[in-house]
Every structure is written in C-alpha cells, then in structure tokens.
Design a protein around this ligand. Structure first.
Ligand code: DC
Length: 271
C-alpha cells in the first residue's frame, strides 16, 4: 500500500481585525503586519475615500435612496489606491493624494453613512478580497472576519471602554491637525457606533470564531504580543506543513472559525 502523503493545501496568512473606532485597530494592525512581513490593509480608508468623493459630489449624510444610487456609482467608477509608506496609509483617489483630507471627523461620518449602501460594500469587498489574497495581509475594518474573510487564519475583535476610545480618537485627530473637543468626539463616536452596528448590510458585530481583546488599559505592544501568542498557538496546533510557500502560510484547517476567547456583542460597549 502506498504511504505517499497527500499534499495539504496552504493559504496565505490572513489576519482579520474588526472593532469600533478607537479600539486601537489601525496601529495594532499596521505594526503586526510589519512584524509578520505581510501587507497591511486599512479598509476604513477605502470607505472614507468614497465618503470624500460623495461629499465633493454634494451629497450629505444620511444617504437616502436617490443619493445611494449616486454613491454606488462613485464607488464603482472611482479608483482608490492604498499605499503603505512606513508611517501610515497613503490614500489616492483617482491618483490624488487624499490621505489627510479623509481623516476629518466630517469624512468619518460620511464614510459611515456611505458604508450602509450595499452596492458600495459590494464594490469595496471585491477589491479587498482581491488585494488580501495576493500575499496575505493583516486587514482591519468592521466586517473583515464576518464577510470579507470569514475563513481568515486568525480573527480578532478589538474593543475598549467608550471613554478611552474617545480619548484615543481625540489624540489621533489632534496629531492629524484636527482639534476637536472630547464632547464632540464622543457624540460623533456614538453616532458612528450606532450607524455601523445597526445597518442592514454587514453590521459591525463579533464574527463567529473571533478572539475578543478588550484593549482598555493595554499598551499597543501588549495587544500585539497577545495576538502573536494567539498566532503561535494556532501554528502549534496545526500539523506540520508538507508544502511550504514560505514563512507566512498556515494550514487552512481553521476555515469555519476558531471558537476561542470570549465573545461579546458590540452593544455591550457602545454607550
Ligand atoms: O475604520 P475607520 O474609522 O476609518 O472607518 C470609517 C467608516 O467606514 C466606519 O465608520 C464604517 C466604515 N467601514 C465599514 O463599514 N467597513 C469596514 N470594513 C471599514 C470601515
């Protein structure tokens, strides 16, 4: 009888990080990707770019049915490119660098409004899957573990106390040159949490099989160490690979999701 082992399939390492604004997703995802030597993809930047294009087209949120058609056309026809320059994501909208402009609080709210339009989501999810599958990635957003890559190697839901999230957001905005009062940040955060968790299409929630990490009081480094240890546990529990495509592959045995860690509904931490 033949003892030739059956080759196993390997998939690029995809780490899905979801959670509300201010939970620490961007910094954690960017640094984790650098540590693992794989691309980082900030999907919120794509929704922000569509939001900016919509604002420029004179659309105001919330997006009604008529405006939804225009917004859908915007998402389908404009070119959005993301480029990592070592410090953050450079975002090009039809070749124009809009990296700073998309970080305004107005653009964040508009991004949240346009993200409720199904046709917008379809266009962006298609592009995200295509980009992520190429070389693997750490991808962050609101629906990565639930919709974009439900079979990601590791799915993480980052959350934090709403007051701490607002303080972090205010600091990030100030660093980008936007001075906003804590009260305003909290109001906008509450509005976005509500929109992002209650929309009909792909609402923000803890995807099945996610590891939930409450980052309140944790440093970025502590969060990264926690995720690296989740990853090495995952690798240890995988059988030895037969066909290695390099360091950053992991056996696809986790399709369907790991059921580990604590699962908590997002409603618990939206105030
Ligand atoms: O992560 P961010 O704050 O830059 O995201 C801006 C908005 O984009 C957010 O309020 C909701 C939307 N978004 C989404 O619906 N799905 C994603 N995967 C990422 C962001």
């Amino acid at each position: 009888m033949s003892t030739t082992p059956t080759p196993q399939t390997t998939v690029p390492l995809i780490i899905a990080i979801d959670g509300p604004a201010g939970a620490g997703k961007s910094t954690v995802a960017r640094r984790l990707a650098a540590r693992l030597g794989i691309p980082y993809l900030d999907t919120g930047a794509m929704y922000r770019a569509v939001g900016l294009a919509a604002m420029r087209a004179g659309i105001e949120g919330p997006v009604d049915d008529t405006a939804a058609q225009t917004v859908a056309r915007i998402a389908e026809t404009h070119t959005i490119e993301l480029d990592q320059d070592g410090h953050g994501t450079r975002v090009l909208l039809d070749g124009e660098d809009v990296s700073a402009e998309i970080r305004s609080p107005e653009c964040a709210l508009m991004a949240s409004a346009v993200s409720a339009v199904s046709a917008v989501r379809r266009a962006l999810v298609f592009a995200q899957r295509k980009a992520g599958r190429k070389r693997g990635c750490v991808m962050e957003g609101r629906d990565i573990g639930s919709v974009v890559f439900p079979d990601a190697s590791l799915k993480v839901f980052l959350t934090a106390d709403p007051d701490e999230r607002a303080r972090r957001r205010q600091r990030d905005l100030a660093q980008a040159g936007n001075e906003v009062s804590l009260e305003d940040v909290k109001r906008q955060q509450h509005q976005r949490d509500l929109q992002d968790t209650s929309r009909a299409d792909s609402p923000l929630h803890v995807a099945r099989g996610s590891v939930v990490v409450d980052t309140t009081g944790m440093t970025i480094e502590q969060v990264i160490e926690r995720l690296l240890s989740e990853l090495s546990e995952l690798r240890e529990s995988s059988e030895p690979r037969l066909d290695t495509n390099g360091e950053n592959t992991i056996r696809s045995r986790n399709h369907g999701g790991l059921v580990r860690g604590r699962s908590a509904p997002i409603e618990e931490e939206s105030s």
